[in-house]
Design a protein around this ligand. Structure first.
Ligand SMILES: Cc1cc2nc3c(=O)[nH]c(=O)nc-3n(C[C@H](O)[C@H](O)[C@H](O)COP(=O)(O)OP(=O)(O)OC[C@H]3O[C@@H](n4cnc5c(N)ncnc54)[C@H](O)[C@@H]3O)c2cc1C
Length: 351
């Protein structure tokens, strides 16, 4: 079941198998810029499929492993020190000194980055100002065209020039992602989840560090196995369940004086930063759980003035589910999570 985010038309799709592939949970933490969509990950990936899989009864794995990355400060893109590495670029501290052994992403690298960033040697920078002109031009061609053109425009408006200045870096918000990390919906070697007929592939499937290559491969595996699974089966529909779900999904449209989704999302993601972000502390996680439970009441009172806001309201509910899963897992030290409250927006009945 779903709705059109331009018209709010409600759709019921008969499926004998479902492949979830809605990407990472990229809007879990709030970026330092405070801008809701200024995330490292594609911000259209709000973690919907993590929430859907959970409510369908599928197992998730490695949720204690958050995705977190070094970024350019105030810009929602990676600094790509690892791209500049082969050309002689590197991450440096405030004195211009190299302090990371290897710039490619790892828990060790992130820990070294964090320590230097917090210390008197911070902040941390991308250092290219020692490189030859033709080398810098090559790096610019890669990073300002291939990686993303907005990067060049961002630097131009800030007056940043790799030739004369180091570029200030920062640390991203936290998220769930298997592509760059490990957290996702548990799948076997055929991309099957623990629920029959439900598959997952890409950043949301727990295949650690699978990136694009893994997304393509597991998409292929899921498609192949799902085709075998659907043969000879007829999809069934429960009309009363469909009606219940339609009402629940579209409720914010008729909630007069409802809470604006963007405001609730901001509040929720600020709490994610306050309570879930490393360094992880059990007491913080416990308080976080209390705050998230209060936000469940806000979710019930969300309003939407148009179909776009309806989508945003649904996303807030998914982000909340992800936040709660992360906190619960941390305080339960890996024990099973138990059920999320029945008020959450993706009910088990959807299965
Ligand atoms: C900054 C950055 C740099 C990267 N660099 C590299 C690299 O150099 N090499 C590499 O191999 N990988 C790289 N990756 C990782 C790679 O991009 C991902 O692993 C890959 O895109 C995952 O594919 P996916 O299909 O799972 O997710 P995505 O490509 O994110 O696609 C998910 C899609 O689902 C849609 N969606 C989300 N929710 C819903 C919903 N509820 N309903 C309908 N649609 C929905 C989204 O709009 C999106 O189109 C990078 C990622 C980032 C963020």
């Amino acid at each position: 079941m779903g709705f059109d985010c331009r018209s709010a038309d409600f759709y019921v799709i008969r499926a004998r198998a479902v492949i979830l592939c809605c990407g990472a949970a990229g809007r879990l933490g709030l970026p330092a810029s405070g801008y809701l969509m200024g995330t490292y990950e594609n911000p259209t990936n709000a973690g919907d499929s993590y929430a859907m899989a959970y409510h369908a009864g599928a197992e998730l794995a490695n949720l204690e492993c958050f995705q977190i990355n070094p970024l350019i400060k105030d810009y929602n893109g990676p600094a790509c020190a690892y791209v500049t590495g082969p050309f002689g670029g590197y991450t440096a501290n405030g004195r211009g000194e190299r302090f990371i052994e290897c710039d490619y992403w790892s828990g060790q690298m992130m820990w070294e980055f964090y320590q230097e960033f917090q210390s008197g040697n911070g902040p941390v920078f991308l250092k290219l100002d020692h490189l030859a002109e033709e080398t810098i031009q090559t790096i610019e061609t890669i990073l300002h065209t291939n990686e993303r053109p907005s990067r060049g425009r961002f630097h131009a408006r800030r007056g940043n020039d790799y030739r004369t200045r180091m570029i200030e870096m920062h640390i991203s918000e936290i998220g769930f992602c298997s592509g760059h990390s490990a957290s996702g919906v548990w799948v076997d070697e055929h991309a099957r989840t623990s629920v029959q007929g439900l598959y997952a592939a890409g950043d949301m499937a727990a295949v650690p560090h699978n990136y694009m290559l893994g997304a393509f491969t597991y998409g292929w595996l899921a498609g192949e196995d799902a085709a075998g699974h659907v043969a000879g089966r007829a999809p069934t529909l429960d009309a009363s369940q469909v009606e219940q779900e339609r009402e629940r999904m579209l409720a914010p449209l008729s909630c007069e004086r409802g809470l604006p989704p963007a405001q609730v999302e901001y509040k929720l993601r600020r709490f994610v930063n306050d309570y879930l972000q490393p360094l992880k502390v059990t007491r913080r996680m416990e308080i976080g759980l209390q705050r998230f439970a209060e936000i469940r009441e806000d979710v019930e009172r969300l309003g939407a003035a148009n179909p776009h806001e309806l989508m945003r309201a649904a996303e807030v509910a998914a982000i909340l589910d992800c936040a709660e899963m992360a906190a619960r897992l941390a305080v339960s030290h890996g024990e099973p999570l138990g059920a999320l409250p029945p008020s959450c927006r993706f009910s088990r009945a959807q299965r």
